[in-house]
Design a protein. Structure first.
Length: 290
């Protein structure tokens, strides 16, 4: 517990694992608390050299009938706490409710960053087609859009799993979830539009214009509208994201390389998709020529 600027600790006398989800912990509480208040909130910290540490902030309420702060300071330890996970170099911020699910940051958030880069690449190749009428640019734009949608769906799935463990439901119709679903539906319509136009040049031209429109709609749907209203999702509605409570220096060592890795993987998959589409086009041209 924190009393003023001093942290005080009380170690458990006995710890017993009842099963995979339940833990029995026994404490011998001193008669007095180190503070001058009758009720003090304390955090429960369970540390294990294999599984790391788990923290429940201010989850225990301690009450004292008689207040004797000096006797309480002598009964409680003021030593600093060294966690085994911290010594091993693998830590993460201890946030109430999130707990270890915060490690989903390595998957959920980098997928969204990579999706944004893929859609941006699609816009670049769409503009290149409109200016140069290069058929390869159209195929590349479609390839980047296809992989970007896959990344977006993976982002929704990982977000839904995360929401189940933190918000209590896979889909709570939060503004961030709704706007993201609308944005992906707009991009899914991109391929419906391509399938509806048979003439190659018209299909490529209309698809290029639509790709630019879809990206222009993506930014306000995902990054602007959620900030204008209340939202459970971090980074929206006054709920900050990427602060010290979400990422520490140890997590940043994995988080930023994860963004680069997921992005490079997406670009590689898009290049394979483009090459397969180009080979398909050449094969169709030979069949029609024959």
């Amino acid at each position: 517990m924190d009393v003023g600027e001093e942290p005080f600790l009380l170690r458990a006398d006995r710890t017993e694992a009842a099963d995979d989800r339940r833990l029995r912990i026994r404490f011998e509480l001193p008669e007095h608390l180190p503070g001058s208040q009758s009720v003090t909130l304390a955090s429960l910290i369970v540390d294990n050299p294999v599984d790391g540490a788990s923290v429940l902030p201010e989850k225990i309420a301690l009450r004292q009938e008689k207040i004797d702060a000096e006797a309480g300071r002598l009964a409680w330890s003021a030593d600093s706490l060294q966690l085994s996970g911290a010594e091993a170099g693998f830590t993460f911020p201890f946030r109430n409710i999130l707990s270890e699910t915060i490690r989903n940051t390595y998957f959920h958030v980098p997928l969204w960053f990579a999706m944004l880069f893929l859609f941006l690449a699609s816009v670049v190749y769409s503009m290149r087609y409109l200016t140069r009428r290069d058929a390869k640019a159209d195929l590349k734009a479609a390839a980047f859009t296809r992989v970007g949608i896959i990344y977006g769906l993976l982002g929704l799935i990982t977000g839904a799993i995360w929401a189940k463990n933190t918000w209590g439901a896979y889909w709570s119709f939060d503004v961030k979830q709704n706007m993201t679903a609308i944005a992906l539906l707009i991009y899914l319509a991109y391929f419906i539009l391509r399938a509806a136009v048979e003439q190659p040049e018209s299909r490529a031209r209309i698809s290029a214009v639509y790709s630019i429109f879809a990206f222009a709609a993506l930014i306000p749907l995902i990054y602007i509208i959620p900030r204008l209203t209340d939202s459970l999702h971090p980074g929206a509605g006054g709920n900050p994201a990427f602060g010290g409570e979400d990422l520490d220096n140890t997590m940043r060592m994995v988080f930023y390389p994860a963004i680069i890795g997921w992005s490079l993987l997406g670009f590689w998959i898009a290049s394979l998709t483009f090459r397969a589409a180009a080979l398909r086009e050449k094969l169709l041209q030979r069949i029609y020529a024959a």
